[in-house]
Design a protein around this ligand. Structure first.
Ligand code: HDE
Length: 704
């Protein structure tokens, strides 16, 4: 009779029923390995539901089936309203030096002492099932499990934000998410409602410059910076406050894709970023960032032509250098995506003594939102007890009960004050004015206290100076990318008055940029929109450019090596070894995943099949083909596209002499990045593969 059971198991044990008598001591059929219901009852059959007769109806009495389906029906929880798609990892933070002069926060006192962290990276606009590589801001949320409680630094990979006041956040998010009637586009800002809102709210302009730059199409999560965005406070033992802005600097340097590559990655691998992070950690190639701080006092803040409480402004690094105070290493993947990555609950209100908020009106709104959203997402006020959210130091108070209470508090003391200790009963915890968290007092003279007003500080009205500063800090190639991104996004807007309004705003940023976007759209340049406050010229900040700060290294990157039957075994082995020596991962790509027969007769297995491993998934390519292999692949569109895209995405291309006809067919023109592989050390190829060839771009695409 067909019962769907595991045949090998049956052979071993004679028949299914016999297992009850002869339980092995170890393995899946040992007592510990037994499958049970949630009530602990052992399950005898996980393949068949209980029926009345072999062909009869399923019985309601089948509690094993009912419990299993019931639980499955409720496996999903509401996804995050923003930042729904994310990936996370465990690691540690260690300070380089004591910061006791400026903060009493315990985690910054003892150099080298590690604090566990859990970091979640995310996109913002798309749903949990969207893709990893849209043009979007990346969330960079860090939970530090310190000995004084949890500190959450819930930041982004961009140092400013779209809006200045939390009251506009629901409007912003409604506008950027898929349009309310049609339910699209997913994970894209290139549509009417986003640009309608953005163009009506000039305060978004600085962030728009960043969003349209290569910052929002990162190559890897390992190559993004992170920012706390708001101005925070450090407070030392004497209660003296210093303003602080937080930065994360990636060890591998900044690196982005080009737009066509990001688009094609959406087709090649929806999970490109999470796979990259997971694989790097699994391989022991641990991603690392340094924590940087910019600190300054009130007097300095008062001297600036912008307001440090305004989250649409940066303080250029050239003005206040970023001091590197520690490093963070991610060295452990999650065991379970749901239990950890999905259930983690970050909250900017989670701070520890020694750190405090500023009055940034965006931050102030966030302090309410995150706790509130966790209740609807995780369903109970006890979500802090989930292992991923619970502090690693003791925590105790008189909060009680509620859904999913996991703790079993003892005794009668569930209120305070109480005098139960006087009669020998447990009295429970007490407040501590000395070591407990105390808030920094605001100062009336800085407008931090006063009349109740729905107003913004005066300097918040300057919406364009820093947008201009950003644009003018980029390389010419990066500026062209910004113009191209505005052109692409606005070309997707159906209502014509919206791009016109946006162009009118851009004229306040930079006339040349506005003209380029207008030309790119094939639209007339409208009149400049009046600015609430006339922009001023600020000194450019080279630190804002990705290209000016890229690290020429192959470390942590991937090189795709294309080969086929007849490829030279020695050349292949040498390229592979050179790539490994440079700290990168070679990815062997052949027409068939089973491999190809090399010149010496050996069969070389592939890591990826050509049709499923396009060159956008790697950082550089080596085409190691014989004349015979080249002749065969000239008829394979995937091979031609492989080379064409590597060239178009400004990547290094190493090749054997015999592979030249394939490169010719793909339109690969000779330049610095196209290197002959002669099998002797491949030094020139490795050097080329460690960077990208932005000078090549005018040959492959017309940028506005
Ligand atoms: Fe968030 N944001 N946000 N945000 N945010 C959320 O909290 C919110 C803002 C950021 O990996 C939500 O748990 C408001 C700035 C990250 O789980 C929600 C405002 C910055 C994450 C929320 C902002 C961020 C979130 C949704 C304007 C950079 C993902 C789910 C006042 C400094 C954390 C959740 C993770 C998530 C509210 C603006 C970063 C709804 C009201 C600025 C990295 O509470």
């Amino acid at each position: 009779m067909a019962d769907g059971k595991d045949r090998a198991f049956e052979t071993e044990h004679g028949n299914g029923g016999e297992t009850h008598q002869r339980v092995p001591e170890k393995g899946p059929h040992s007592p510990e390995g037994h499958l049970t219901t949630n009530q602990g009852i052992r399950v005898s059959d996980n393949q068949n539901s209980l029926k009345s007769g072999v062909r009869g109806p399923t019985l309601l009495e089948d509690f094993v089936l009912r419990e299993k389906i019931f639980h499955f029906d409720h496996e999903r929880i509401p996804e995050r309203i923003v930042h729904a798609r994310g990936t996370a990892a465990h690691g540690y933070f260690e300070p380089y030096e004591s910061l006791s002069d400026i903060t009493s926060a315990d985690l910054f006192q003892r150099p080298g002492e590690r604090v566990p962290v859990f970091v979640r990276f995310s996109t913002v606009a798309g749903g949990a099932g969207s893709v990893d590589t849209p043009r979007d801001v990346r969330g960079f949320a860090v939970k530090f499990y310190t000995q004084q409680g949890n500190w959450d630094l819930v930041g982004n990979n961009i140092p400013v934000f779209f809006i200045q006041d939390a009251i506009k956040f629901p409007d912003l998010v409604h506008a950027v998410k898929m349009e309310a009637d049609r339910g699209y586009p997913q994970a894209a800002s290139a549509h009417d409602t986003f640009w309608d809102f953005a163009s009506l709210m000039p305060e978004t302009t600085h962030m728009l410059m960043w969003a349209m730059s290569d910052r929002t199409i990162p190559r890897s999560l390992r190559t993004i910076e992170g920012f706390g965005v708001h101005t925070f406070r450090f407070v030392n033992d004497e209660g003296v406050s210093t303003f602080v802005k937080f930065h994360w600097k990636p060890k591998l340097g900044l690196q982005s894709t080009v737009w066509d590559e990001a688009l094609k990655l959406q087709a090649a691998d929806n999970d490109f970023h999470r796979r990259d992070l997971f694989e790097a950690i699994a391989a022991g190639d641990f991603p690392e960032w340094e924590l940087g701080i910019q600190t300054f006092d009130q007097e300095f803040a008062d001297s600036l032509p912008y307001d440090v409480l305004d989250a649409t402004k940066i303080i250029p690094e050239e003005l206040v250098p970023v001091r590197l105070v520690g490093r963070m290493v991610l060295d452990r993947n999650v065991d379970n995506f749901f239990a950890e990555t999905e259930q983690v609950a970050y909250c900017p209100a989670n701070i520890v003594p020694g750190i405090d908020f500023s009055n940034d009106p965006l931050l102030q709104g966030r302090l309410f939102s995150y706790l509130d959203t966790q209740k609807s997402r995780l369903g109970t006020a006890n979500f802090h007890q989930l292992p991923i959210n619970a502090p690693k130091c003791p925590f105790q108070n008189f909060q009680r009960d509620g859904q999913m209470q996991m703790l079993v508090p003892k005794g009668r003391a569930n209120y305070e004050p109480n005098s139960l200790a006087q009669v020998g009963e447990e009295g429970g915890p007490r407040e501590c004015p000395v070591t407990g968290f105390t808030s920094h007092r605001g100062r009336a003279e800085h407008g931090e206290q006063g009349d109740k007003l729905r107003l913004r500080p005066e300097l918040f009205a300057d919406h364009y100076s820093q947008a201009r500063l950003f644009y003018r800090s980029l390389t010419a190639n990066e500026q062209a990318h910004v113009a191209a991104a505005f052109t692409f996004e606005l070309s997707k807007v159906g209502l014509e008055h919206i791009p016109q309004r946006m162009l009118g705003n851009l004229r306040n940023v930079d006339e040349d940029l506005a003209q380029r976007v207008a030309d790119g759209l094939g639209m007339p340049l409208p009149k400049k929109n009046p600015a609430a406050r006339e922009p001023i010229d600020l000194d450019p900040s080279p630190a804002l450019s990705i290209q000016k700060n890229m690290k020429p290294t192959l470390e942590g990157r991937k090189v795709g090596i294309l080969y086929a039957d007849g490829s030279d075994a020695k050349v292949l082995a040498k390229v592979k070894a050179a790539v490994e020596k440079a700290g990168a991962t070679p990815m062997l790509i052949a027409p068939k995943v089973g491999g190809a027969k090399l010149s010496d007769g050996t069969m070389q297995k592939a890591d990826g099949q050509l049709a499923g491993t396009p060159s956008q998934t790697v950082d550089a390519i080596a085409v190691v083909l014989s004349a015979e292999g080249t002749a065969m692949l000239l008829k394979e569109a995937a091979a031609v596209q492989f080379c064409m895209d590597a060239f178009g995405h400004l990547k290094a291309i190493g090749h054997t002499a015999d592979a030249k006809p394939l490169l010719d067919k793909a339109g690969v023109e000779p330049d610095e990045g196209v290197v002959a592989l002669n099998g002797n050390g491949n030094a020139a190829f490795i050097k080329a593969a460690s960077t990208r060839f932005f000078d090549r771009e005018p040959k492959v695409r017309i940028l506005p």
